[in-house]
Design a protein around this ligand. Structure first.
Ligand SMILES: N[C@@H](CCC(=O)N[C@@H](CS)C(=O)NCC(=O)O)C(=O)O
Length: 209
């Protein structure tokens, strides 16, 4: 197995997942800052031109974070990050998807529609799309709503999907860090539950992945 990787938010979701499981697999850096994702050698591996991608020993390539997570969870079952029974798994998937849709995509809208380096590349992938300033503004507004909604959620539970740390926390913290570091949208001081949760999750060794 090898992981096609880069120090960017989405591959970090896989690195954190692996670190939580205590698993190390060989990594190949695809330098997306230099455009290596568009080179024929990588397109042959992942025509979506994105990282992460996981190549299995038989040559099968998995892209898309949830698909890679499910494979890794089935292969390295402990500790579970996707739940131990159907109800737990469904709840984790529900919360994880909300974190991605409301958090990660909000930060990505704000980032990719405003940074000059992404002119004509407002969406990832092989096709060109113009930036739209109104979408960047909407992404910033959505991110603030995400913080407020996450704060309300974390007022009642310790972790995003309930009592245990799960994949939903990985997507949530990667989204928060992406918004803070790449777009400058910090968690407001009033979102005390988010701040407390962030501090706690940041103490886990996997946070450094
Ligand atoms: N839907 C993909 C998205 C992956 C993605 O957006 N990766 C970014 C890095 S964070 C990327 O490869 N960007 C390449 C580019 O900007 O051209 C997944 O869930 O794995």
């Amino acid at each position: 197995m090898q992981l096609y990787d880069f120090p960017a938010p989405t591959p970090r979701r896989i690195r954190m997942f692996l670190a939580e499981k205590g698993v190390e697999i060989p990594r190949v850096c695809v330098d997306i800052a230099k455009g290596e994702q568009f080179r024929p050698a990588f397109r042959a591996i992942n025509p979506s031109c994105t990282v992460p991608a996981l190549m299995l020993d038989n040559g099968t390539v998995l892209s898309e974070v949830p698909a890679i997570w499910h494979y890794l969870e089935a292969t390295y079952s402990k500790p579970t990050l996707l739940g131990g029974n159907p109800e737990e798994t469904a709840l984790i998937l529900m919360w994880e998807r909300r974190m991605e849709f409301d958090g990660y995509f909000a930060a990505a809208e704000a980032f990719r529609n405003s940074v000059p380096a992404f002119a004509c590349r407002a969406l990832t992938g092989p096709h060109e799309y113009d930036q739209i300033e109104a979408v960047a503004a909407r992404g910033r507004a959505r991110m603030l709503n995400f913080y407020a909604d996450l704060d309300a959620r974390l007022a009642t539970v310790e972790f995003v999907a309930g009592a245990a740390f799960t994949a939903a926390d990985i997507t949530a913290i990667v989204s928060v860090d992406f918004a803070q570091n790449a777009v400058g949208i910090s968690v407001p001081d009033r979102c005390e539950n988010v701040l407390r949760w962030h501090e706690r999750v940041a103490q886990r060794p996997s946070y450094q992945a």
